[in-house]
Design a protein around this ligand. Structure first.
Ligand code: GAR
Length: 206
């Protein structure tokens, strides 16, 4: 089975969705930059090896990232999933993971990279919001998008209602992408391919 490592900084509901999806994968590590991340507790309860490294113990971003990604590499994952991992990753450290790492981001990329995506969507008056899964490159939230889920934005929506409604779609989207990779339908050959064909538009796997 595909060996999957996960990095998460927060509550870990996307990790919970991955575990609950009963994918044909082996979770080899869940790592976090936050000791209190819900994701670490979830992983421990599921019998998955966990790792916490504190950025404050390192001189700078690059040395933290070298340490963290060194430990991730030791777990020998085929795929690294960023599931609510909230730190920018040093470009030199992430570069060797190109094609082997995916990230879920709560916007319809290329719209709204970075933080406060729900706020940005509301401020722009968009009729639609969504979440994207993309392959990770050195560019923050900038790698090729492989799948998206979309929700309509209502007149009464707030950041909180949008985030909550989108999260339930994320919980279907991320496992669907990992399932597609585990089954060999979605792969990386210098760029994303689906069933052997270059991916030109994001899939809606939800
Ligand atoms: C999710 O909404 C995810 O898309 C987002 O953080 C949340 C994590 O929730 N990720 C980012 O904003 C990445 N820049 P979770 O901890 O419950 O999975």
């Amino acid at each position: 089975p595909l060996r999957v490592a996960v990095l998460a900084s927060g509550r870990g509901s996307n990790l919970a969705a991955l575990i609950a999806a009963r994918l044909q994968v082996d979770f080899v590590l869940v790592g976090s930059d936050k000791a209190k991340a819900g994701a670490l507790a979830l992983a421990a309860a599921a019998g998955i090896p966990t790792l916490h490294l504190n950025p404050r113990d390192y001189a700078d971003r690059a040395s933290f990232d070298r340490a963290l990604f060194g430990r991730v590499a030791e777990a020998q994952p085929d795929l690294l999933v960023l599931a609510g991992y909230m730190r920018i990753i040093d470009g030199t450290v992430i570069a060797p993971w190109e094609g082997r790492a995916i990230n879920i981001h709560p916007s319809l990329l290329p719209k709204y990279r970075g933080l406060h995506t729900h706020r940005q969507c509301l401020a722009a008056g968009d009729a639609e919001h969504g979440a994207s899964v993309h392959f990770v490159t050195a560019e923050l939230d900038g790698g090729p998008v492989v799948a998206q889920a979309r929700i309509p934005v209502g007149a009464d929506d707030t950041e909180e209602t949008l985030a909550a409604r989108l999260l339930t779609r994320e919980h279907a989207l991320l496992p669907a992408v990992v399932r597609a990779i585990a089954s060999g339908r979605l792969a990386w050959q210098g760029g994303p391919v689906f069933d052997g064909t270059p991916l030109t538009a994001p899939l809606d796997l939800t």
